[in-house]
Structures are given as C-alpha cells and as structure tokens.
Design a protein. Structure first.
Ligand SMILES: CC(C)(COP(=O)(O)OP(=O)(O)OC[C@H]1O[C@@H](n2cnc3c(N)ncnc32)[C@H](O)[C@@H]1OP(=O)(O)O)[C@@H](O)C(=O)NCCC(=O)NCCS
Length: 179
C-alpha cells in the first residue's frame, strides 16, 4: 500500500475528511454505541468549519491517503501539562491491519521530536470506548496501557464510557535540552 501522510490546513477542502469519518463511524460503531449517539457525535464533531477551527487553534489533523483517496486520519494536540492528547485515530476497515495506524502514531512522535510542541512531551494519551475491544488491543500493541476510566456526559442523554490509555514517548527530549 502506497500511503502518504499530510497535515491538513484550515484552507483545505475538509469535506473529504468528514465523508471519511462518517464512513468509518458507520462501519465501526454500531454495536458499540447506538445509532442515535453515532449521529449525535458525528454532527457535533465532524463538520468542516469545526475542523478548520480546531486546526486554527493548534490541533494537528493528519490525513493518510492511498491511490484511491483518503483512508485514515488522526488528530492530536499538545496539552498545557506537556502531554499530547491523541483525540482521533481512524482507519477504513479495508485498510486495517497493514500498519497505517502505526504510521500515523510514528508521525505524531516525530512531530514531537521536531519540537513543534513547546512543552517537554513525555506521554501521549487517549480515551477509547470500553467496549471498543479491537481498538483497545491495537493500542496495547502500539505500547499503550490502561491508566484509568472516564465517564463523560456529552449531553442529550448520551455518555462516553471510556478507558484512558497512555504511553511514554521516551525518544523525545525536552525542547530546551541540548542536542
Ligand atoms: C484501532 C485502529 C486505528 C488500528 O488501525 P490499523 O491501521 O489497523 O493498525 P495497525 O495495522 O497499524 O496495527 C497496529 C498494531 O495493532 C494490532 N492490531 C490492529 N488491529 C487490531 C485488532 N483489531 N485486534 C488486535 N490487534 C490489532 C496490529 O496487529 C499491530 O500490532 P503488531 O505490529 O504488534 O502486529 C483501527 O482498527 C480503527 O480505525 N478502528 C476503528 C476506529 C477506532 O476505534 N479508532 C479508535 C478510536 S479511540
């Protein structure tokens, strides 16, 4: 698979990433959360103007593309406490198990090392639905472990019932350290 990665800008046509997210969520989340919650979460997150605003505020949206078009994406941002929050990591079902998520995670780690984050980053963390067992296992394989759990009320009667998972970024030195 010939995959290229590109960081999206707020000036990109972000409708392609919205379509990709809708496709991945529709094929993956039934059985984990209700259709009503899927629609609610897509609607409040995956809209071009919302993604553009996130990018403008410093969230890095990374899109993976192969010959047939966009096939995966990740979104992450440095936090004030020096960690990086991996907020999104999604791969089309047809493209899974071929190292695409690892490529996206490697790029996150390289981004930290390139000192695009101002804080000394030691950890990357994420939240994942407790019933999303395949993805939890994939994260374990990529070096994450469960650090806690989090139940968040997201309105309209919906909750996110998640594990918090994290892993160190050992290879990244503080920005202020000598080379
Ligand atoms: C989780 C997800 C991003 C993994 O993407 P991927 O491109 O298939 O992952 P990779 O091919 O890079 O695999 C990374 C590692 O995880 C393992 N892995 C991937 N999917 C797995 C699964 N379902 N069960 C167990 N292990 C899995 C791989 O074997 C690999 O480990 P290895 O290198 O030791 O063999 C992808 O399955 C996905 O998009 N899932 C649906 C959306 C989702 O739940 N995203 C997370 C939201 S928090």
């Amino acid at each position: 698979m010939n995959i290229t990665l590109r960081a999206l800008t707020e000036d990109d046509d972000l409708r392609a990433i919205v379509s990709l997210a809708e496709r991945i969520w529709s094929e993956h989340y039934p059985g984990i959360i209700s259709w009503a919650q899927i629609h609610y979460m897509l609607e409040r997150t995956y809209r071009p103007h919302l993604i553009a605003a996130e990018i403008a505020s410093g969230v890095r949206w990374l899109c993976a593309t192969d010959d047939s078009g966009p096939c995966a994406f990740a979104a992450y941002a440095a936090q004030a406490d020096g960690r990086v929050r991996l907020d999104k990591l999604y791969v089309l079902r047809s493209h899974r198990g071929q190292g695409v998520a690892r490529r996206l995670l490697d790029e996150l780690i390289e981004w930290c090392a390139r000192a695009e984050v101002e804080q000394p980053v030691r950890r990357v963390y994420l939240t994942v639905n407790r019933n999303n067992s395949g993805s939890i296992e994939a994260y374990r394989r990529m070096g994450f472990s469960i650090e806690g759990s989090l139940v968040a009320d997201i309105g309209h009667g919906f909750v996110m019932d998640d594990y918090v998972m994290g892993r160190p970024i050992d290879s990244v030195r503080p920005v202020s350290s000598p080379a």
